[in-house]
Design a protein around this ligand. Structure first.
Ligand SMILES: *Cc1c(COP(=O)(O)O)cnc(C)c1O
Length: 368
């Protein structure tokens, strides 16, 4: 085992270098076109994304958080309303609900680390307007159960699909399984741009038409404003880059899935690894293992030159900002336990076989 190997948690420059000539062409094409906001390049990317996800409409917006926030606005969710979501997620899942004026109401996650649909019903009140499941780590949430409860109670469902572009559930892609879905094109996400970017997908024409105004100052054309809006659009240059990258997305996701398979097969049984169910295709935005010796193992791997992370060490309901929501330690036992036992291992398409092997051997060595 080579001890001089350094395994980064992620190295975005490897992917950039692999397609830099194509990206440079787009830089010149968009630059020479003279159109940098909205326009053909954005529209052509939006069409391709709608086809890819399997929905009627897609919209490019400023970032993944804005995608969720604008969906809430378009559905007229705000002051006095409640949105059910999970405390085991990136903080944006919750703050976008707060920013809309509504209150996030958390339910715990299950072994899959996604929303436990058995807990939803008891969290519903007369103020509940929507359920916002997260497809955490690129694994689809249990949408059938969630949608069934939502339709029985006449609630919207909003997918936080920021980590899951390309993942599928019973043969359908995430982003097509709800009223509307938000995706992030942040550099760390599986389809990414060179700055901030986000996407909304929906099959609902009214929601789409409203979102088209909301993201662009409430304007219906250059001069007429129909509703108070926001400024949140995906730049034409970023859309052109993303369109290039969309061609490679399935290949990149397949590579992440095969790295995940190696981890699942070869890592010691002394840790818990994520498992794939027959109805889903997880794209492994993150590969999260669990062990009671988490901090010790992270330190050991660090000494071996292997960089790991925790997604996320502080559950949302225990963040300082969340004090006003009135939650306390012990409210969500699974989320709180996972926060102390999770480690995300390196996983990205350009991670090399010898690096994957080195991670496996190092972890197995620690437990032996
Ligand atoms: C990244 C992410 C977001 C926010 O996306 P940005 O583009 O960074 O605003 C929201 N939810 C989850 C689960 C995310 O991982």
């Amino acid at each position: 085992m080579s001890s001089s190997l350094q395994v980064p948690f992620v190295d975005l420059s490897r992917q950039f270098k692999s397609i830099e000539a194509e990206l440079a062409n787009e830089f010149f094409a968009v630059g020479r076109s003279g159109t940098y906001i909205m326009g053909d390049r954005l529209e052509s990317f939006e069409k391709k994304i709608a086809d890819y996800v399997g929905v009627n409409y897609a919209l490019g917006v400023g970032n993944g958080s804005d995608a969720l926030f604008l969906i809430l606005k378009a559905l007229e969710i705000g002051d006095g309303d409640e949105v059910i979501t999970v405390p085991n997620s990136f903080i944006a899942t919750a703050w976008t609900i707060i920013a809309s004026g509504a209150k996030p109401v958390f339910v715990d996650v299950d072994e899959s680390m996604n929303m436990d649909s058995r807990l939803i019903e008891s969290a519903i009140t007369s103020s509940t307007k929507a359920i916002m499941p997260v497809h955490l780590t690129g694994r689809p949430a249990m949408m059938n159960g969630i949608n069934k409860i939502a339709s029985a109670h006449k609630l919207f469902v909003i997918e936080d699909a920021a980590q899951a572009i390309g993942a599928s559930y019973y043969g359908k892609r995430v982003g097509s399984l709800s009223t509307a879905a938000g995706f992030s094109l942040h550099p760390l996400k599986n389809l990414s741009v060179y700055g901030d970017g986000g996407l909304i997908t929906t099959n609902n024409e009214d929601v789409f038409k409203k979102l088209r105004k909301l993201r662009n100052h409430g304007l219906v054309n250059r001069d007429e404003c129909e509703i108070w809006g926001f400024n949140s659009r995906l730049d034409s240059m970023q859309a052109a880059f993303a369109e290039v990258k969309l061609k490679y997305l399935d290949g990149w996701n397949t590579r992440c899935r095969s790295i995940a398979k190696i981890y699942q097969k070869q890592l010691t049984k002394k840790i818990e690894v994520p498992l794939d169910m027959e109805w889903e295709e997880c794209i492994y935005h993150n590969f999260v293992i669990r062990t009671d010796r988490r901090d010790e193992l992270m330190g050991y791997l660090k000494n071996k030159g292997i960089d790991t992370r925790v997604h996320y060490p502080i559950p949302i309901h225990l963040q300082k900002a969340a004090r006003t929501l009135g939650y306390k330690h012990g409210d969500f036992p699974h989320t709180e336990k996972y926060a102390k036992t999770m480690i995300s291992l390196p996983i990205f398409p350009e991670l090399r076989d010898e690096e994957v092997d080195y991670v496996v051997q190092s972890i197995n060595c620690f437990f032996d």
